[in-house]
Design a binder for this molecule. Structure first.
Ligand code: IDP
Ligand code: MG
Length: 233
């Protein structure tokens, strides 16, 4: 996952490991020592789960100095790990900020299990709003939309996960809040299209484009969630 972030040009946030390191590898070692129960290890796997080593590998013998070993790629796990990780740009619009819905909205994405990789409050300048909504320039509501988005601070977010773009659109609900299903953010928290509290990218390409538009270099943070092994097998 970290490698994929680096490939996409995101800046890794360097953080010190906590005193009782919670890295999956470290935790699995601790559990193994305490429980001696291999089943308890199932949920904890490090990147090394992508490879298996020959039982006769010299590396399995600690006394060996011979480094020639045969790694075998364990294909089913490799395929699962290569599922497309996407990024989406989510924004609490000025009405959502004014109505005190920021925490509620962030919470829905957190609870779903996506990873927050960028977050800031921002007073959007007119030029940025126009660039963001340039595809809607011909629409009759365009000027009102620009006035709405620049009318107060917004909360900008970048979220990461497998399938996050389409899933976020489902969590958000239909553009018209009266058509949005109960249980969705717009369905639960708003009543009018011109005040529909939240934006979400409509494709993986637009997710990347919008994150690059709203966040400066260094504002998007790559990190490893301690929850990761509990969210995806
Ligand atoms: P989306 O936000 O669900 O992707 P879009 O069609 O991309 O919907 O429109 C962008 C935003 O423009 C909407 O979220 C809404 O704030 C605003 N908007 C869309 N249609 C109307 C309308 O008919 N009247 C007023 N505002 C509109
Ligand atoms: Mg849209």
């Amino acid at each position: 996952m970290e490698a994929m972030g680096a490939v996409r040009g995101l800046t890794p946030c360097i953080s010190s490991p906590p005193p009782n390191s919670s890295s999956p590898t470290h935790r699995s070692n601790i559990l193994f020592r305490r429980n001696n129960n291999p089943q308890k290890l199932a949920a904890f796997h490090s990147q090394s789960h992508l490879f298996s080593y020959s039982p006769t590998s010299p590396l399995t013998h600690s006394s060996s100095r011979n480094n020639s070993f045969t790694p075998h790629i364990f294909l089913p796990r490799l395929v699962a790990s290569m599922e497309q990780v996407e990024e989406t740009y989510i924004m609490v619009k000025p009405d959502g900020v004014q109505r005190g819905l920021v925490g509620e909205i962030i919470s829905r994405f957190e609870k779903k299990g996506f990873k927050l990789i960028g977050l800031k409050m921002y007073q959007c300048p007119k030029e940025l709003a126009e660039e963001h909504y340039k595809d809607l320039k011909a629409k009759s509501f365009y000027q009102k939309l620009i006035d709405y988005i620049t009318s107060g601070p917004v909360v900008c977010m970048a979220w990461e996960g497998v399938g996050v773009v389409a899933s976020a659109r489902k969590l958000i609900g239909a553009t018209d809040p009266l058509q949005a299903e109960p249980g969705t953010i717009r369905g639960d928290l708003s009543v009018q299209t011109g005040r529909n509290v939240i934006h979400g990218s409509d494709s993986p390409d637009n997710g990347k484009r919008e994150i690059a538009l709203w966040f400066k270099e260094g504002e998007v943070c790559q990190w490893t969630s301690a929850q990761a092994p509990w969210l995806r097998e």
